[in-house]
Design a protein around this ligand. Structure first.
Ligand code: SAM
Length: 271
């Protein structure tokens, strides 16, 4: 997987891409990240990348010329081919007006070979970039960031975890069993990283007692069936309380419904 970032702040990415899984995936050659400094594609003495908006209004807007020049210099397949999905490349404009980046969008994008991420700044990007250069606009959430760089880092991190081999042996095995678990719907979710899945169940480690807070007894008892059921119940409880919308999408078993009914009774008891 090759990520290419177009930005006016190339140094921004030094930190986020130099740690943990992304760093290891880069070093092992599972992913490659190229950063393109937009100012290198300007033609004037001042390296101008922005200008005032037509029609008036606040702030500055990123100009189209350097963005087109930069992306067109990359030797990508044509926009028609990319949009038709006949190539494994895409050009993304990071934008709060884009379609939402979710785990399932990440899974879709992890199938590609090359992803170009255009980072906007200021009041945004000249609309002709969305109309005639980018294949899609993507938002990482319903809030406004100062620039697309954090969004690009979020997307790269999430997609990298889904690139085969990038997580390493132990973790990818976990991911496999997690996927199977989601399909057969028997066990609790292994992690929140599943499209359409429930929120993760709580995790504990040593010490068994910390500042008067004890690890739930069931987890130290060693009964796998009881642990499975407890985890499923906790995942359902967290999802019901924090993200009830996810429950509408997740197929629920008879056992899930029973557990949810018990959680409902407990909630009423607390009111
Ligand atoms: N005027 C724009 C609006 O109200 O929608 C906001 C522009 S924002 C300050 C500047 C740049 O940050 C955008 O062009 C985009 O690249 C990036 N950005 C901001 N929020 C984002 C989000 N939620 N997802 C993806 N990119 C975002």
């Amino acid at each position: 997987m090759k990520f290419e970032i177009v930005t006016i702040f190339p140094d921004f990415f030094r930190g986020p891409l130099d740690y943990g899984i992304v760093r290891r995936a880069r070093e092992a050659g599972f992913i490659e990240i190229l950063i393109h400094d937009l100012r290198a594609f300007t033609t004037d003495r001042h390296k101008t990348v922005d200008d005032r908006p037509f029609g008036g209004g606040e702030g500055m807007v990123l100009k189209p010329e350097p963005l087109f020049a930069c992306v067109e210099s990359l030797g990508l397949s044509s926009r028609e081919e990319r949009v038709a999905g006949t190539t494994k490349e895409t050009v993304v404009l990071l934008s709060p007006q884009g379609r939402m980046f979710t785990q399932s969008v990440a899974e879709e994008m992890a199938q590609l070979e090359r992803i170009v991420l255009i980072c906007g700044r200021y009041e945004g990007v000249d609309e002709r970039v969305a109309e005639g250069l980018a294949d899609q606009e993507i938002s990482i959430g319903d809030y406004v960031l100062s620039g697309g760089e954090l969004g690009a880092a979020v997307m790269m991190d999430t997609i990298t975890r889904l690139v085969p081999g990038a997580l390493g042996n132990e973790a990818s095995a976990r991911q496999e069993s997690f996927s199977a678990v989601q399909k057969i719907g028997v066990d609790g979710p292994d992690s929140t990283c599943g499209s359409g899945g429930l929120l993760d169940y709580p995790h504990y480690t040593r010490p068994a007692e910390f500042r008067g807070m004890a690890v739930p007894e069931v987890l130290v008892g060693g009964n796998h069936e009881q642990i499975r059921k407890w985890r499923r119940g906790k995942a359902l409880e967290k999802t019901l309380h924090n993200r009830p919308d996810l429950l509408e999408r997740q197929p629920l078993s008879k056992e899930d419904r029973k557990l949810l009914a018990e959680i409902g009774k407990k909630d009423i008891g607390r009111e």
